[in-house]
Design a binder for this molecule. Structure first.
Ligand SMILES: [Zn+2]
Ligand SMILES: [Zn+2]
Length: 349
């Protein structure tokens, strides 16, 4: 069966490449692309052919926020049938390493993750008209759930996991650095988990305006200077900070913003290599500085929250393109003043 896929060859060199998938391997499910969200990490790959410490060394089909329909099943796929609409979990866990056994499958030693250069050979992504997955990756959604909403279960799962890492958020004041899709969904997830207030910080006005629409209690634009943030921190330091910008400056601000004994969760992917961090403040303030990486069971929770109407992820979508126009979609998504979440849709042919 033929497929065409948005394939990255080098920085800014994203091409639609046709290929023959061949027969479906035993134990696998074949999917027709419904929609896919362009993620910050996809954009890093697009611009630099790397994200953080993961470097693209051979052509990589991008995309790990995808949903589609099952067109073929080879073998047993409990609960799934041809024609089902599914959200695709981009993670393939081994299920038997020590991390999988202790219930932290996102740390699996043998994990494969769609559209990621974390391993070589790379696991190809889901921005493809037809692609294959394991049955365990497919979470069925109602036929009435828009593909784009199902696709955005993935970033929501990332944020549910980040919020879980922070511990009990009930009656906690939360500050989120970075109002891109992950920052915004982290704010929504923190609210869902009962935080008392959520403050969003960014350097750009457009995403902060959306943050307000989505229910942020306070927005701070540090692009206009750092006085307002300094004043907010003086007034009452925050119980929990989420660093989502992936920038050393964001991390330094997050460390400064948390109260003594507070919690700081690193969600953003910082530049590769070594960075400067005011680390003594972590010691002196006795902060709990936690990492968060992808997600585990939160994927199913995210699908449930979306299909049940508890979280409207489509509010984040600012533009939609057909899959075959992926390059134009990536160019628009790269401009934060004009876009938050850009979605690719199945081509109408
Ligand atoms: Zn993502
Ligand atoms: Zn494992």
């Amino acid at each position: 069966m033929n497929t065409y896929a948005a394939t990255l060859f080098a920085p800014e060199d994203l091409r639609i490449v046709e290929s023959d998938l061949g027969p479906l391997a035993p134990g696998m499910v074949r999917l027709r692309f419904g929609a896919g969200g362009i993620c910050g990490s996809d954009l890093h790959y697009f611009r630099h052919a790397r994200t953080g410490d993961f470097v693209v060394s051979s052509p990589l089909v991008l995309g790990h926020e995808v949903a589609g329909d099952i067109v073929e099943i080879n073998g047993s796929a409990p609960g799934l049938a041809v024609g089902d609409r599914v959200a695709v979990n981009p993670s393939r866990w081994c299920g038997h390493c020590s991390y999988c056994r202790e219930g932290r499958p996102n740390l699996c030693e043998n994990i494969f993750f769609m559209g990621s250069a974390s391993k070589t050979p790379h696991m190809q992504g889901g921005f493809a008209s037809i692609f294959d997955a394991t049955p365990a990756q497919c979470v069925k959604v109602p036929g009435t759930t828009p593909y784009a909403a199902a696709a955005l279960a993935e970033p929501l799962a990332v944020c549910l996991h980040a919020v879980m890492r922070a511990g009990d958020l009930r009656d906690r004041s939360v500050i989120v650095f970075g109002a891109g899709p992950i920052g915004l969904l982290t704010m929504l997830a923190a609210k869902l988990k009962g935080c008392s207030s959520a403050t969003m910080v960014d350097i750009a006005a457009a995403p902060l305006a959306l943050a307000t629409q989505l229910g942020a209690d306070r927005i701070i634009n540090v692009g206009e200077g750092s006085e307002e943030l300094a004043e907010a921190v003086r007034g009452r330091r925050f119980d929990v900070a989420f660093e989502v910008t992936g920038s050393p400056a964001g991390l330094a601000s997050a460390i400064a913003s948390v109260r003594r004994g507070g919690v700081l969760v690193q969600v953003g992917n910082l530049p590769g290599g070594q960075i400067q961090v005011p680390a003594n403040a972590i010691m002196a303030k006795e902060l709990d500085f936690k990492g968060t990486f992808r997600f585990g069971r939160e994927f199913d929770e995210a699908v449930g929250l979306i299909t049940g109407g508890a979280v409207d992820v489509l509010q984040l979508v600012t533009a939609e393109f057909p899959l075959s126009s992926a390059e134009a979609a990536f160019r628009l998504a790269s401009d934060r003043s004009r876009s938050v979440k850009v979605v690719l849709n199945r081509d109408l042919c």
